[in-house]
Design a protein around this ligand. Structure first.
Ligand SMILES: Cc1cc2nc3c(=O)[nH]c(=O)nc-3n(C[C@H](O)[C@H](O)[C@H](O)COP(=O)(O)OP(=O)(O)OC[C@H]3O[C@@H](n4cnc5c(N)ncnc54)[C@H](O)[C@@H]3O)c2cc1C
Length: 320
């Protein structure tokens, strides 16, 4: 069943639990590549990390034949998150898949300010691209001088045009790139990520986040088909950002609160979580990674029945 016998398990620290949660929630397709490449199971439909070891990861693998435990050895050494990423890359290589997925060049047709800090890039897609688009779909864009580019959400895709809304701050590489793009410029797009959402059909929903989550939340609200009420909590550094939702038709029963950011990222959101009038059944949100971790912990303790998916969309660098 296993290709190697695992050695020592890694201690289940908070950080390790967060990593497992992050991979299990957001990277199931990548885990399935590992299962196909490094275990005999070729028809798995679901995979979840159950334990991490110094030299590999144990997965619970669901296939038509049932659920089994499989050990996938790390293909590269190093810190565990790099080992997982390297193993996914090795799996994709072994399966003949391009780890970057699609690489495309899209032409800028418009670049305009939407709010004080948010710019909308309108991009013309290659002809045969993106037959299907879902809220939260994101791509990684090449940004000059940055090895790994920057991920941004496709706010909307209509025919051959995609809207990408970039929050510009602090003269950061992504902000400078977005501000400088001119109609006619080509942007290089790599890979693709589908945001994993909780099941919103089961009861009241809570959507929350900071400026970077606005495009995903706007797309979700625009296409909202569930009857349950939606509570939206948005933490922003500048009240002028509130205009961002002006163009979005809100589903009946939606209640939006804009919270000024005071102190740490996520602190204003954390402060109101205990005062919700209705317990949420499904929660989605995105914000700074450390804040996402704190809020996830709090929400899971406060609303143990809820399906909570909080994602780190950006990381505060040392000293900032
Ligand atoms: C799947 C996904 C989808 C995303 N979608 C969007 C989107 O649609 N629109 C969007 O604007 N962002 C989006 N983001 C977030 C965006 O990728 C990050 O904010 C990214 O770090 C921006 O790069 P940068 O060059 O501006 O800053 P970086 O070079 O990453 O960082 C430079 C400095 O700015 C700080 N910083 C980075 N981001 C922020 C921020 N948001 N607020 C304050 N300080 C910050 C860092 O701590 C660092 O000190 C998404 C992220 C992910 C993972």
């Amino acid at each position: 069943m296993t290709t190697l016998t695992p050695t020592r398990p890694l201690p289940m620290t908070d950080e390790m639990q967060d990593l497992i949660l992050h991979v299990n929630e957001g990277h199931v397709p990548e885990l399935l590549h590992c299962v196909r490449a490094f275990t005999p199971v070729q028809d798995a439909t679901q995979a979840q990390i159950t334990a991490l070891f110094e030299d590999g990861m144990e997965l619970a693998v669901t296939a038509p034949a049932g659920v089994s435990r499989r050990f996938v050895p790390f293909a590269v050494p190093g810190p565990v998150h790099e080992a997982i990423r390297g193993t996914v890359g090795a799996a994709m290589k072994k399966l003949g898949l391009n780890p970057e997925g699609r690489v495309a060049a899209w032409q800028v047709t418009d670049n305009r300010p939407l709010t004080a800090h948010m710019r909308r890039l309108v991009l013309h897609l290659d002809q045969d691209e993106r037959p299907a688009w879902r809220p939260g779909d994101a791509c990684r864009f090449d940004v000059p001088g940055q090895d790994h580019g920057r991920p941004y959400t496709l706010r909307r895709v209509q025919g051959a045009l995609a809207h990408v809304d970039v929050y510009c701050h602090d003269q950061s590489p992504g902000s400078v790139w977005a501000q400088g793009l001119q109609p006619g410029d080509l942007v290089t797009v790599r890979g693709e990520r589908h945001e994993p959402f909780p099941d919103f059909t089961g009861g009241p929903a809570l959507l929350l986040g900071d400026e970077t989550a606005l495009p995903t939340i706007a797309a979700l609200l625009e296409g909202w088909a569930d009857e349950h009420p939606v509570r939206v909590l948005l933490e922003v550094g500048d009240a002028a950002e509130q205009r961002y939702l002006d163009e979005v038709p809100l589903p009946a029963g939606t209640h939006v609160s804009w919270l000024p950011r005071v102190g740490d990222s996520g602190a204003a959101l954390l402060a109101v979580l205990d005062t919700l009038a209705v317990a949420p059944a499904a929660v989605w949100g995105a914000l700074e990674t450390g804040a996402a971790k704190r809020l996830r912990k709090h929400l899971r303790a406060e609303y143990p029945q809820a399906d909570v998916r909080l994602t780190g969309y950006w990381r505060r660098s040392e000293g900032s």
